[in-house]
Design a protein around this ligand. Structure first.
Ligand code: NAD
Ligand code: UGA
Length: 463
């Protein structure tokens, strides 16, 4: 089937950028992105293209090119489903916060709602594509729902997981390492796969488009994230050993990364990985393994999360210990709140957990992040429910410039690797701080020798 109309349910960090690039590259396909969140849709439709709800380098230009031509954002979910031949499900799949599998399993209620809505609305055959990251064998559940509440309409379910990373989403979408499409091995399944291959073939070389069975595709997505996160936990585990032994984790990472079998990427030691997916997807993998009775497999992968939690806690403990075992009433400036640079996303950011620990020690946190608004910082802390929102508001303040955030501070903690942090007038920052002036660089972003030459007491990770 030649696809001319696509619908995507979920206008988030994946749905928005992914569909914008499909629309840009396939001008003959009408792409409608729908969401229940009317504010989000309104922001995607904002006349000022820089006001779109997601900050990603290059994204507003792609949206500006395609929006209104063949890219549309709408809250009319039913109409978009009805009109489309191919429907991407790109809704959130967070960790369950209740009931069986609480804190581990993926919450599939939004996925099920989508499936039921598609079943209700569809009047002709549709291809339904899992774009969200899902537990292996979810396609079976979706198919059951579609087959049992549908009105004689035929559905093909494909798995087409997304591998983009935030901060580089547009680049990753334009030049993906691979596109993975899983589908039924039946002739109808293969035909559905081909329809989606044809969409991507508009800009992705055919040798980068990989087709598999549905279960391999679903599991590969969880596996890819688990392997990536495992590398970070591995290097972070070594960072602690480096600090004890006089080895330097950056040198170790370079030395092992030059072995082509190991490779140099994802070996950057840090205050711990964040983001909406690594933790949730590994917990999900652990839960799936446990549900099959594979306890050793579950324990093996769970260690990646345990190590990451340790790395975050170790960072805040080091700040307290270095500041003479008390941070009570001391101002600690946070440079960065986002979970990585070039995004306004703060989900599971290490900054949240480090701040929470330091507030427990009665510190005053002063935040500067180029893209994260003050309300988001407070909302992230409130979400932990460690203390009342009033109490959080008394302990944390956001500032419009780094100089204000750092003025009078006892210490600076670098939580995000924003490029602009390296360009500041660090002498001016030093002059305005309490002495001794400490820097805890959770990203090894600043140069130790330059900071020490100014007079800072500098602590990086793993050296
Ligand atoms: P998100 O929270 O940014 O966006 C999801 C959107 O879906 C929200 O705007 C929400 O309002 C909407 N939604 C939920 N239920 C709906 C429904 N029934 N009808 C219409 N809209 C509905 O999430 P995200 O970061 O885009 O992630 C989506 C999926 O993609 C997740 O499964 C995630 O694991 C996966 N993923 C994310 C990334 C990433 O970098 N964020 C990368 C690869 C894969
Ligand atoms: C990650 C994967 O890289 C994507 O391929 C995947 O599609 C996505 O998860 C997903 O499924 O959501 P993302 O979380 O957006 O993407 O960003 P990453 O670049 O992977 O960074 C994740 C975290 O690890 C960040 O906090 C980052 O600072 C940290 N990190 C990354 C390190 O601490 N060290 C590194 O060497 C690399």
């Amino acid at each position: 089937m030649k696809i001319t109309k696509i619908c995507c349910i979920g206008a988030g960090y994946v749905g928005g950028p992914t569909m914008a690039v499909i629309a840009q590259k396939c001008p003959d396909i009408q792409v409608t992105v729908v969401d229940l969140n009317a504010d989000r849709i309104a922001a995607w439709n904002d006349k000022n293209v820089d006001a779109i709800p997601i900050y990603e380098p290059g994204l507003s230009a792609v949206v500006a090119e395609a929006r209104g031509r063949n890219l549309f954002f709408s809250t009319d979910v039913e109409k978009a489903i009805d009109e489309a031949q191919l429907i991407f499900i790109s809704v959130n799949t967070p960790t369950k916060t209740y009931g069986k599998g609480k804190g581990m399993a993926a919450d599939l209620k939004y996925i099920e709602l989508c499936a039921r809505q598609i079943a209700q609305v569809a009047k002709d055959n549709k291809i339904v594509v899992e774009k969200s990251t899902l537990p292996v064998r979810t396609a079976e559940a979706i198919k059951n729902i579609l087959d049992h509440t549908g009105n004689g309409v035929q559905f093909q379910i494909l798995s087409n997981p997304e591998f983009l990373a935030e901060g580089t989403a547009v680049e990753d979408l334009l030049h993906p390492d691979r596109i993975l499409i899983g589908g039924d091995t039946t002739p109808d399944g293969q035909e559905a796969i081909q329809s989606l291959v044809d969409v991507y073939a508009n800009w992705v070389p055919s040798d980068k488009i990989l087709t598999t069975n549905v279960w391999s595709s679903e599991l590969s997505k969880l596996t890819a994230n688990a392997f990536l996160a495992q590398r970070i936990s591995s290097i972070n585990a070594l960072s602690e050993l480096c600090e004890k032994t006089g080895a330097d984790v950056t040198e170790v990472a370079r030395a092992i990364g030059m072995d082509s079998r190991i490779g140099s990427k994802f070996l950057k030691s840090s205050v711990g990985f964040g983001g909406s997916c690594f933790q949730k997807d590994i917990l999900n993998l652990v839960y799936i393994a446990k549900s099959y009775g594979l306890n050793e497999v579950a324990d093996y992968w769970e260690q990646v999360i345990i190590m990451n939690d340790h790395q975050k806690r170790r960072f805040s403990a080091k700040i307290v210990q270095t500041l003479y075992n008390t941070v009570a009433s001391k101002k600690i400036a946070f440079l960065g709140w986002a979970f990585k640079k070039d995004t306004n996303d703060t989900r599971e950011s290490a900054a949240i957990y480090v701040a929470d620990d330091l507030i427990n020690e009665q510190a005053q946190i002063a935040v500067y992040d180029p893209k994260v608004p003050a309300a988001k910082v407070l909302a992230d802390l409130d979400y932990l429910e460690t203390r009342t929102p009033e109490s959080n508001a008394q302990s944390v303040a956001s500032f419009g410039t780094p100089y204000e955030a750092c003025a009078g501070a006892h210490a600076i903690a670098v939580l995000t690797e924003w490029d602009e942090f390296t360009t500041y007038d660090w002498q001016k920052i030093y002059d305005g701080m309490q002495k001794p002036a400490f820097i805890f660089d959770g990203r090894n972003l600043l140069h130790r020798s330059e900071m020490e030459a100014i007079g800072f007491v500098y602590h990086g990770i793993g050296a």
